[in-house]
Design a protein around this ligand. Sequence first.
Ligand code: ADP
Length: 221
Amino acid sequence: MLNNKGVVIQIQLSERQKKIIDIVKYNEPITSENIAKKLELTRGTLRPDLAILTMSGILDARPKVGYFYTGKTAFSFISEKIQKIKVSERKSVPIVVDEETSVYDAIVTMFLEDVSTIFVISNGFFTGVVSRKDFLKNAIGGLNLHKTPVAVIMTRMPNIVVTTLEESVLDAATKIIEHEVDSLPIVEEVAKDNGDKAYKVVGRITKTTIVRIFVELGNNE
Ligand code: ADP
């Protein structure tokens, strides 16, 4: 269970606390006096239970109004938190090469930069993606790696799944899973001189980014 400060506390609810939750759920807002009446107990007896339930975030107490059920479980706290994290907060630096770069040089870049996906641009605009599998497939296929530009083997726009700085990491992670890719370019839409729509790459989000967030949430950081 997470309390309202996002701190994990182990909480085993007693039968009485579960009954209190049910009463509040169906009668909110309800005063402690009325909860006590329904349970045929004194307010004093209930005080520690109500303190635990409000501290843990299950109930919300409003002075002079009474208790409300927040409906918040540990899971809804976590999902709320994930939905709030924006791609802009977790973006990594994109590794980018020009379309003219040879496949060989792009492979060297991949090793030097320690990434599994490289983004490709032409005249500064985003045009495609090359990944490890693209390199391997073409290398075993006997392609001349020195003479072939990366543009020949890349996956090209508009067939690229992208994200934006404003999107939530949950939506970005959903795209990664649904499209079975390792990373997403973070793009910004711009207008070319001739008015056509184009994209600039401003970052990347990878499976590692998502796993890191998962670990942080698990460790409650
Ligand atoms: P790897 O090759 O390292 O397993 P991926 O699974 O990400 O990496 O790539 C698989 C294929 O999907 C490759 O052909 C690659 O060009 C393409 N690809 C990679 N990222 C994207 C993306 N964001 N949108 C569309 N296609 C992609």
